[in-house]
Ligand binder design. Structure first.
Ligand code: AMP
Length: 304
């Protein structure tokens, strides 16, 4: 089954302790769709400006991503600048230039409107709602957000969170949105808005997935070299949703496997700047890392 994703396609300027990338390809929808494309067909809804180079669109096509819904508007592409310190867990936003995003009114191509899987990646919650309303009968809808929208559009964001099946959110943002420092309580509060599942991303500490009566925890894959955490969350979400759309298995077991595929994809993405690692990733590497992940977390039941 295919996934429709709405989010940003961006230029990022990123500084980490290991280097700097200026105006490199980024954006929540770019990372999400590239990651999901290893598992299923992906249709992208986003906007770029006149300055967006054709080579980036060619890259998306090379991953067989449908860009019929990628609009090119007069003006400049969305630009995000951020910096990471030594712990690499939290980005400090230095600047956000919405540019063409300000006037973006997505009009979904007819071929997108029957999508069964919909991901509302990090973008203006009004745009997330607009896209949600255009998809006729999705089987599974998930969404992400970040501090920028929690601060600037909390009411619009709350309305989106009330309409989705799964909320995928960073731990800091779960705390900020709920005003609750304990993550279990924060997740419960988000579930009480109406969704069935909350996936809390915790950077190098992994992921927690909550339903009303279950909790599943997965570590992040321990890596010796982490160069650039930008896009790890979106890449995680792409592997997670991509796997679910591929198998159609929405059982608890299926969701747990999807969490591991998401974590595997994120672990590759952070190995290099921008989408450089994803550009040369092979499916066989994903399967090999999934198996090492199983070894990493497997332990025997009580034996005495
Ligand atoms: P993450 O997976 O959280 O590291 O997402 C990083 C990506 O989010 C970057 O490539 C940015 O272009 C994009 N981004 C940053 N700020 C925003 C924002 N306010 N809205 C949407 N996307 C953003």
């Amino acid at each position: 089954m295919s996934i429709v994703v709405v989010g940003t396609v961006a230029f990022d300027t990123v500084e980490t302790p290991f280097g700097r990338g200026e105006n490199v390809l980024g954006g929540s929808a770019t990372y999400f769709s590239t990651s999901a494309s290893f598992f299923t067909d992906v249709s992208l809804v986003a906007v770029v400006g006149e300055d967006f180079p054709e080579e980036h669109v060619t890259f998306l096509h090379s991953r067989t991503i449908d860009t019929t819904g990628l609009q090119r508007s007069p003006g400049k592409t969305f630009h995000w600048s951020g910096r990471y310190g030594f712990d690499l867990n939290e980005a400090q936003t230095l600047d956000t230039q919405l540019n063409v995003l300000m006037d973006f009114r997505p009009n979904l191509p007819e071929s997108y409107r029957d999508a069964e899987y919909l991901f509302l990646a990090n973008i203006d919650p009004d745009l997330q709602m607009n896209v949600l309303e255009q998809v006729r009968k999705p089987k599974l809808v998930a969404c992400d957000t970040m501090n920028f929208w929690i601060s600037s559009k909390p009411d619009a964001l709350r309305k989106v969170l009330q309409k989705v099946d799964i909320v995928v959110i960073n731990e800091g943002e779960a705390r900020q949105f709920t005003g609750e420092s304990n993550l279990v309580k924060a997740a419960r509060q988000i579930i009480s808005l109406g969704c069935k599942r909350v996936v809390v991303k915790r950077g190098e500490y992994g992921v927690l997935m909550f339903t009303a009566d279950t909790i599943f925890a997965a570590p992040a894959y321990p890596l010796e070299e982490v160069f650039d955490p930008t896009g790890a969350g979106d890449t995680f979400a792409g592997g997670f949703m991509g796997y679910l759309a591929n198998t159609g298995d929405l059982s608890e077991e299926g969701f747990r496997q999807a969490i591991i595929y998401g974590s595997v994809m994120a672990s590759f993405n952070v190995e290099d700047f921008s989408l450089n690692r994803m550009k040369c990733l092979e499916y066989s590497e994903i399967q090999t890392r999934y198996r090492s992940f199983k070894g990493l977390t497997h332990f025997e039941d009580i034996t005495y």
